[in-house]
Design a protein around this ligand. Structure first.
Ligand code: 6PG
Length: 468
């Protein structure tokens, strides 16, 4: 009996995705570089499962129906190239190779180009949702040849998360590296969202002196309203967790050094490359970098001065303001991410459908949130929307929330609490709604020192002035 799909790489993600396919009635051939993992998986799954353990790539390929479908779940980077090279002799024209890792989209473009000549259909597929998602329903972002999508669609729809309206959280994203591009930006938004939540936590902790379990209750309550999202939900659960050994909240014992595997950084880098402003995503990357300077920060905390005052306002009011500030900044961060996608779509010819992207992020993925239903609707109503902030629903939300964001930032400033995510969000909002920015002065300075010329408001043409 031949398998419908092969999975290469049985780490947590590969293992769980294979079981997800199997649960939906597909036969799955599995392979791992170290045979023991494969044997363990087959043994622990039990004999009645539709799993075929294979112990060489040749054996894997021999056990797959044609055209073959192979999902690579190996570490992004060189391991993917190595695996493609090893698999290549056993593949034929029409076979579909899917990279489900967090690969850099330009690598996917290159691999796609290389394999195209041999008729191998290369799919770069973003997968979000962590281990749980992989097993019970991830959000899937496949890009590559349309022909490959047509062959994969029924299976991917089966294993994907289902949104509230029952729609599977997967759709064809676009050609070549589009799937991995979109996953990269998903992660950039994820970074921003996490940073905004972390700032909120920091402010409430420092201003009000609340304990982690008290903060857990606040986030749990917020999760009932417009902020409802997976990241807020898990924040409440994290804050509630008590370390068994010490009896203290576990979060208080965790080293404050954030690590990163690169997707957030790539988002910022690429945004700079194509000229899209994503300051809140970049702030999230910068704050991870600053957090990693633990030793330096500890030393600097002894010598660098800041304000000494404490918060004297009404705690209930601060909670109210902070909830609104978090929602406002979250909308603005998502607007930046969607703006980047819009621009990249033109830059790379990806033909992205922003309403579809928001729709498949409604469930399964890390950034799933109530907000995404509104974003989906906003783009459905107006596919050419130039900036999410201009959609009526968000224009109104910001009209009623931007003052809270200002108030919260003022409090943070007074207390010396770094709120780079929220402050960049507000600055982006204020810049975008400014008919006139001080770039006139920048142009004049450029012309002064470098004869770079400028244009005028009152006349057509290109001008240069002898400033002295
Ligand atoms: C997801 C996540 C996931 C990624 C984490 C970790 O959508 O399921 O984005 O793909 O592994 O976000 O990323 P960092 O290590 O860079 O924080």
């Amino acid at each position: 009996r031949k398998a419908n799909i092969g999975v290469v790489g049985l780490g947590v993600m590969g293992h769980n995705l294979a079981l997800n396919f199997e649960r939906h009635g597909y036969w799955v051939a599995v392979y791992n570089r170290t045979a023991e993992k494969t044997r363990n998986m087959i043994a622990s799954a039990g004999p009645e499962r539709r799993l075929i353990g294979t112990f060489s790539l040749e054996e894997l390929c021999a056990n797959l129906e044609r055209p073959r479908r192979i999902l690579l779940m190996v570490q992004a980077g060189q391991a993917v190239d190595e695996m493609i090279t090893s698999l290549r002799p056993f593949l034929q024209s029409g076979d579909i190779l899917i990279d489900g890792g967090n690969s850099y989209f330009q690598d996917t473009e290159r691999r796609h180009e290389t394999l195209k000549g041999a008729g191998i259909l290369y799919v770069g597929m973003g997968i979000s949702g962590g281990e749980e998602g992989a097993l019970w329903g991830p959000s899937l972002m496949p890009g590559g040849p349309l022909q490959a999508w047509e062959s994969l669609a029924p299976m991917l729809r089966d294993i994907a998360a289902k949104a509230e309206d029952g729609e599977p959280c997967v759709d064809y994203i676009g050609p070549r590296g589009a799937g991995h591009y979109v996953k990269m930006v998903h992660n950039g938004i994820e970074y921003a969202d996490m940073q905004l939540i972390a700032e909120t936590y920091d402010l409430l902790k420092r201003a009000l002196g609340l304990s982690a379990p008290q903060l857990a209750e606040i986030f749990a309550e917020w999760n009932q309203g417009e902020l409802q999202s997976y990241l807020i939900q898990i924040t409440a659960e994290v804050l509630r967790k008590i370390d068994e050994e010490t009896g203290q909240p576990l979060v208080d014992l965790i080293m404050d050094e954030a690590q990163q595997k690169g997707t957030g950084k790539w988002t910022s880098q690429n945004a700079l490359d194509i000229g899209a402003a994503v300051p809140t995503i970049s702030a999230a990357v910068d704050m991870r970098i600053l957090s990693a300077l633990k030793q330096e920060r500890v030393q600097a905390s002894q010598v660098l001065r800041g304000p000494t005052q404490t918060f004297r306002g009404d705690p209930e009011h601060l909670l109210h303001l902070t909830r609104k500030a978090l929602y406002a900044s979250k909308i603005i961060a998502y607007a930046q991410g969607m703006g980047l996608l819009r621009q990249a779509s033109q830059e790379y010819g990806y033909n992205l459908k922003l309403d579809r992207l928001a729709a498949i992020w409604r469930a399964g993925c890390i950034i799933r949130a109530r907000l995404l239903s509104d974003i989906t609707l906003a783009y459905q109503r107006e596919p050419g929307l130039v900036n999410l902030l201009l959609a009526p629903v968000f224009r109104e939300a910001l009209a009623s929330h931007h003052n809270a964001l200002r108030e919260v930032l003022k409090i943070g400033l007074d207390l010396g609490i770094p709120m780079m995510g929220m402050s960049t969000a507000l600055a982006y909002y204020d810049a975008y709604r400014s008919a006139r920015l001080p770039a006139n002065l920048i142009q004049a300075q450029r012309d002064y020192f470098g004869a770079h010329t400028y244009r005028r408001l009152d006349r057509e043409g290109i001008f240069h002035t002898q400033w002295t």
